[in-house]
Design a protein around this ligand. Structure first.
Ligand code: URA
Length: 205
């Protein structure tokens, strides 16, 4: 069994959060390719994800699949997961304690998959890697830490509620292929973290 499958077996029996354990139908560990170059991290499973045990299978997932298609990718070619792996009751926002409890799972997923780029979808996911930043300011920008580039995007569901964001999200997605091409030459940002505008990506030589 692969390291990721073993990890997912541990995730689906997790009982660290009482309210989530009581409320959930299925745990939603993640879905996709174990050695994906691109990893997408959303917020939390919704109703459809809770029923199926697979992330992004509802309306936001459909839009995410369209966005992937715009860069010639299918969901099977990337890895998709969430900050927390269980649906919060009535789709409320995840609690800080739930994000904290679930962080270990996410960190281990990132370690095993070791993607070139982690794409954060929405505020919760962004906050884990770009602390203190505002999504309206940093969407469409990247930061490299260690070997991984972190790239912030609005959550696809935002486009379903706010039509004006649809175009912004589509444009941010279209920047990913060139970021992927240049991944090796993007310089790591030293502390204090600075924002790295993709169009200012520097070559090492
Ligand atoms: N929204 C998320 O953040 N994740 C899902 O899996 C579905 C909707």
């Amino acid at each position: 069994m692969s390291a990721l499958s073993e990890l997912c077996q541990d995730i689906v029996i997790c009982q660290k959060c009482e309210a989530l354990t009581k409320n959930r139908t299925r745990v939603v560990p993640g879905d996709g390719l174990e050695d994906a170059d691109l990893m997408f991290i959303g917020e939390a499973p919704g109703r459809y994800e809770d029923q199926q045990g697979i992330p992004f299978v509802g309306p936001a997932g459909l839009f995410l699949e369209q966005l992937l298609a715009s860069i010639n990718l299918r969901r099977e070619q990337v890895y998709i997961t969430n900050v927390i792996k269980c649906r919060p009751p009535n789709n409320r926002d995840p609690l800080p304690s739930e994000v904290h409890n679930c962080r270990e799972w996410l960190d281990r997923q990132i370690e095993i998959i070791n993607p070139k780029i982690v794409v954060t979808l929405g505020r919760y996911s962004m906050a884990m890697f770009f602390s203190g930043k505002s999504i309206s300011k940093i969407h469409g920008t990247a930061q490299k830490r260690g070997d991984i580039i972190y790239y912030a995007m609005y959550h696809p569901a935002a486009a379903l509620h706010q039509q004006s964001l649809r175009r912004v999200i589509e444009e941010d997605m279209l920047k990913i292929p060139s970021l992927l091409d240049q991944a090796e030459s993007v310089l790591e940002v030293k502390q204090p973290p600075q924002q790295l505008n993709m169009f200012e990506v520097k070559n090492r030589d």
